[in-house]
Each structure stands twice: as C-alpha cells, then as structure tokens.
Design a binder for this molecule. Structure first.
Ligand SMILES: [Zn+2]
Ligand SMILES: [Zn+2]
Length: 323
C-alpha cells in the first residue's frame, strides 16, 4: 500500500524500516551509555562495519555494478553475504539502480537524481516508490550469474540472519546479546547507510570537477575518508569501469589498495584501468568528452567471469548507479 505525497508515493516498508533502524541505533547508544558497554560488542560492530563497507564498495559497486575487475568465487560469495548484511537490497537490484544512475545521471530517470536536492539524493529516494521505466540499462550479465541470483532469491533471509541472528548468538558468548543486536545489527547499519548515501548526495554537491563538467559529480578527499575511497566521484563518473576511484597513488582509496593487493595473491584479477593518456586528456579539458567511455550496459555475450578489456576506457563498459 502506498501513500501519495505530492507527486510521490511513500514506500511504507522502507520508510518504517528506516525509522525503526534509526531508533534502534539511538537505543544502542543509550544501552552502552547506561552501564552495558562491552568491548567485545564494539569490536564486532567495527569488524562488521568494515566487512559490510567493503562489500558495498568493492562488491556491489565496483564488481557487480561496474565489472571493474574479476574475482574468485569465494570472494564474490563473501561480498554478497556481507552485502546483504548492509541491507541495501540485493546486488541485482542495487546494480540495476546504480547503472540507471550513471546512464541517466541528473535527470528524472536517475533514481537518486542530485538535482532534486540533498535530502532526496541522500535518503528520500529510498522511502519513495521507484518509477518504472522500460528503457533502463540491462542487467542480464547479473541475471545469468548463479551466485548473484542465489543472493537475490535469499536476500531477506541472509539479511535477517546476518544482522540479527548471528550478532545475537555471538553476543551470548560474552553476555550481551541485546547489545550486540543493537550495535552490530543497527548502529553499525545506520552509520554505514549514511556513508553510502553520502556518495549519492554530497559527492554530487561538494568538491571539484577536474575530469568532467558534464554532470554534478565531484571529487572530494574528505568524502573519500568516510566512504572507503568512493569520494573521487568525478573521476568515477567519467571513467566508471576503472577499478580505482582515487586514481592518483596518494589519494585515499582503500578499496583500490585492497583490490590491488588481492590481485597479487590471485583472489582478484583483470583489474581495469583507464590509460594514462586518456586521463591526462580529460584533465586538460574537462569540458570535452570525446574520449568518454561509452555509457552502455555490459554486452549480453559477456558472461560473469569473462575477461573484460583491461582498458577501462575502451570497449563496452558496465554502467553503474548507486554510489
Ligand atoms: Zn554519482
Ligand atoms: Zn558507480
């Protein structure tokens, strides 16, 4: 059931869950501040926060939405499990939104259109019903991926087990099951949500535009600090299939450093990079777009795990939306 608000309709399920989660996060702080603090609980919450953040930046975003690299199955499964624990929908649904964001950026067909203002792009789009379009980018590559579809079918169950059941059971070990559910399940979740949401909102408002002035995306080292390196969003919108967001070696992009390190031990491979000359050309004139990577969906004949071009700026690239 939906409720009309102006031209929009509220998604009651999402609205209620957002509210409950935020209240539970406040409850977690109150619980810890009133004599129930546990270092074990806090440690588990931090561990969950890191694993879940990685699952969104390295998983939902750079791997599943943009196919910026390839990886071993166990790594992809890990990202899908902790991605579900991030309660941002299944990887399939998230990627569909994110590819639409890149394809239709700053228009009414962009799910988190930054031109509708901070509040909409940050969180309001989540608790409103999504418009349906027939011309959105394809996700057939993901629909043909058994692991992605397994997570999609079992998303709610995985999310409940990972955010409530597992923290509660672990909390029993040190006598703080309720505190663990509140802190690991909800306080961690709410902080992580706002980290991700910041990319859709502030990364389209605050910062510089060294690579492209065609859309509202911006580069911000400050936002990168709170988003596992996703704050270099202007580079990302111009070269979306590149596994790096912070392309310079010193730019804070721990997701990039982690994927590079995992490549050294064979967990990730075929990391896609934009040629240096192409980047320099964009920097020299961000108002020209001749060298842009085509904004297309992954071709149907690229099955999951196929080697993509290591040149992220040439050939068909995966478009992503979201963060
Ligand atoms: Zn964006
Ligand atoms: Zn993206």
């Amino acid at each position: 059931m939906t409720t009309a608000v102006g031209h929009e309709k509220i998604n009651k399920t999402n609205a209620i869950f957002l509210l409950v989660a935020h209240l539970a996060a406040v409850g977690s702080v109150v619980w810890m501040a009133t004599g129930h603090f546990s270092w074990w609980t806090l440690g588990l919450a931090i561990l969950y926060f890191e694993l879940c953040s990685i699952s969104i930046t390295a998983g939902y975003h750079r791997l599943f939405s943009h196919r910026a690299y390839k990886a071993k199955s166990w790594w992809r499964a890990l990202l899908l499990i902790f991605g579900a624990a991030s309660v941002q929908n299944s990887a399939l649904a998230w990627s569909k939104d994110h590819r639409r964001h890149h394809t239709f950026v700053d228009t009414d067909k962009d799910p988190y259109n930054a031109k509708r203002g901070f509040w909409w792009s940050h969180i309001a789009w989540v608790y409103h019903e999504a418009d349906e379009y027939d011309d959105g980018p394809r996700v057939t590559d993901l629909e043909n991926d058994p692991l992605v579809m397994w997570q999609h079918r079992n998303y709610v169950l995985i999310a409940i087990v990972s955010t409530v059941v597992v923290p509660g059971l672990l909390g029993l070990l040190w006598g703080d099951p309720l505190g663990a559910i509140l802190a690991v399940g909800f306080l961690r979740l709410v902080v992580q949500w706002h980290s991700t949401f910041t990319i859709n909102s502030l990364a389209h408002i605050v910062g510089t535009q060294p690579y492209s002035t065609r859309n509202t995306s911006r580069d911000s080292g400050l936002i990168a600090l709170v988003s596992w390196g996703e704050g270099y969003h202007n580079f990302h919108h111009r070269f979306q299939a590149d596994y790096r967001n912070g392309v310079r070696w010193w730019q804070f992009d721990p997701t990039k450093w982690m994927l590079w390190t995992l490549q050294k031990v064979g967990v990730t491979f075929d990391l896609r990079r934009t040629p240096r000359e192409t980047i320099l050309k964009a920097l020299a004139n961000p108002r020209t777009f001749d060298d842009d990577a085509p904004a297309s969906t992954p071709p149907d004949d690229m099955t999951p795990g196929d080697a993509a071009s290591s040149d992220a700026a040439s050939g068909p690239v995966a478009v992503a939306a979201g963060s």
